[in-house]
Design a protein around this ligand. Structure first.
Ligand code: HEC
Length: 395
């Protein structure tokens, strides 16, 4: 009897502790993602923007937006927990680096920014809203994909004209460049490559700086709103750990919240793209924060969490390369030099059997070329000075 009471009270204790833990986490995420306190809007959001012909806005749009926002919040919740349980990195070396967990910290910081919906005037759009993991980081609302195609931004239902690209592998695109031989442009991010990478050296980082101030996406009116929202973000300590605490030295004017909760493109701003009044020093810190913010987002997109390189194609490439590297061989009869020289260069292995399917031809070409180089090298090694005078392959 006594033992049963003990077990029962222990069960009650465990339930209470679990409930407390869950509720404290929920408070954390709702504080994070609904911005209680100073930043809350006093006015209701403006009436929806709907100049569209009938049938463009899908009937289930409101419930689908609510669903995706719930999913975004859940992933944000998970990510904050991951950040909080990550062992702190070690500051070491000259130049100083964050060793051990530093890179993971940067990736998770980028992830938490990616799922943070506070970076929009109405606190209702995170990057991930248009790029969800379960659809290859593209648009997650089936009815929108069949009707509007473009996703509604923070000011509902303003939308752009293009479908959301996947951001898998986008960090691997090179800086936009014109290849003279092929007479074509390569690299850059966005459908039209307008994120060139010319400033930060990475098109993907410069891409991340587009949506926050795109009037049809996050719609913030000033890039400094990112620093402003970061100053009250739950994950700010992690940002500071990676990028330093300069962000805290910006003293935002008292009307900053009012500015940041007014969507970009509003009449009140006219053509002013920097309505938050900051000193030149503060503006340059806000610009640096904006760069660092984009760099962390890029680190998340480049991590295996997003760009895994785990397809069958990647696997076959890896194994073929491995196979090739361990099996160099060459065939004298295929070489273009005299037989006498050829007899001195012995094949080192039997010809490889390729099973790589579509890659086979290209690999065989590479194989032949490498074999030729190897054979030539070997011939050179064995050529006596006398032979070198007689046989062109020895030169
Ligand atoms: C309202 C929907 C929406 C939101 C919010 C949004 N995006 Fe996008 N994203 C798009 C669309 C649409 C494109 C293609 C736009 C174009 O080419 O002009 C795109 C393109 C991209 C690309 C380019 C991929 C490539 O291959 O070139 C990346 C990366 C990306 N978004 C990441 C982000 C990040 C990071 C954020 C948050 C800062 C974000 N997106 C917010 C809709 C959105």
């Amino acid at each position: 009897m006594k033992r049963r009471t003990l077990v029962a009270s222990f069960a009650v204790f465990v339930t209470v502790v679990a409930a407390l833990l869950i509720s404290s986490q929920t408070v954390l995420v709702s504080a994070q993602n609904h911005g209680h306190g100073k930043g809350n809007r006093e006015e209701p959001p403006p009436p929806p923007y709907n100049p569209y012909p009938f049938g463009i806005l899908p009937a289930d749009l409101d419930s689908e937006i609510a669903r995706v926002l719930r999913e975004v919040d859940n992933i944000e919740f998970e990510t904050l927990a991951q950040l909080q349980t990550l062992p702190p990195p070690t500051l070491t070396n000259q130049p100083p680096i964050l060793a051990h967990t530093g890179q993971r910290l940067n990736v998770l910081l980028g992830k938490t920014m990616n799922f943070d919906r506070n970076i929009s005037p109405f606190k209702d759009r995170a990057c991930a809203f248009c790029h969800m993991p379960y659809v290859g980081f593209s648009g997650p609302i089936p009815s929108v994909n069949l009707t509007m195609v473009a996703y509604p931004g923070s000011f509902q239902f303003r939308a752009g004209k293009r479908t959301a690209q996947r951001y898998t592998y986008s960090p691997s695109f090179p800086v936009l460049n014109f290849n003279q031989t092929q007479e074509a442009f390569f690299g850059g991010n966005f459908w039209d490559s307008r994120a060139t990478g010319y400033k930060l050296g990475s098109p993907d980082e410069e891409q991340a700086q587009g949506p926050p101030v795109d009037t049809q996406e996050h719609a913030l009116p000033d890039t400094a709103c990112i620093s402003f929202r970061l100053q009250t973000a739950v994950y700010k300590p992690f940002f500071i750990e990676v990028w330093g605490d300069a962000i805290d030295t910006i003293k935002f004017p008292h009307n900053t919240e009012e500015i940041c909760e007014t969507p970009g493109g509003a009449k009140v701003f006219g053509t002013n793209t920097m309505p938050i009044k900051l000193s030149p020093a503060e503006r340059s810190i806000a610009n640096d924060v904006y760069d660092h913010w984009a760099q962390s987002l890029d680190q998340y997109e480049t991590s295996p969490d997003v760009s895994a390189f785990s397809s069958k194609f990647d696997a076959s490439r890896r194994s073929s390369t491995l196979f090739w590297e361990t099996q160099p061989h060459f065939h004298c009869p295929q070489m273009r030099w005299p037989v006498t020289t050829c007899s001195r260069a012995k094949p080192t292995a039997t010809p490889a059997i390729w099973t790589a399917g579509p890659l086979r031809q290209r690999l065989q070409q590479a194989q032949r070329r490498t074999a030729w180089i190897l054979a030539r090298q070997q011939t050179r090694d064995r050529c006596s000075p006398a032979l070198a005078r007689l046989i062109s392959a020895c030169r």
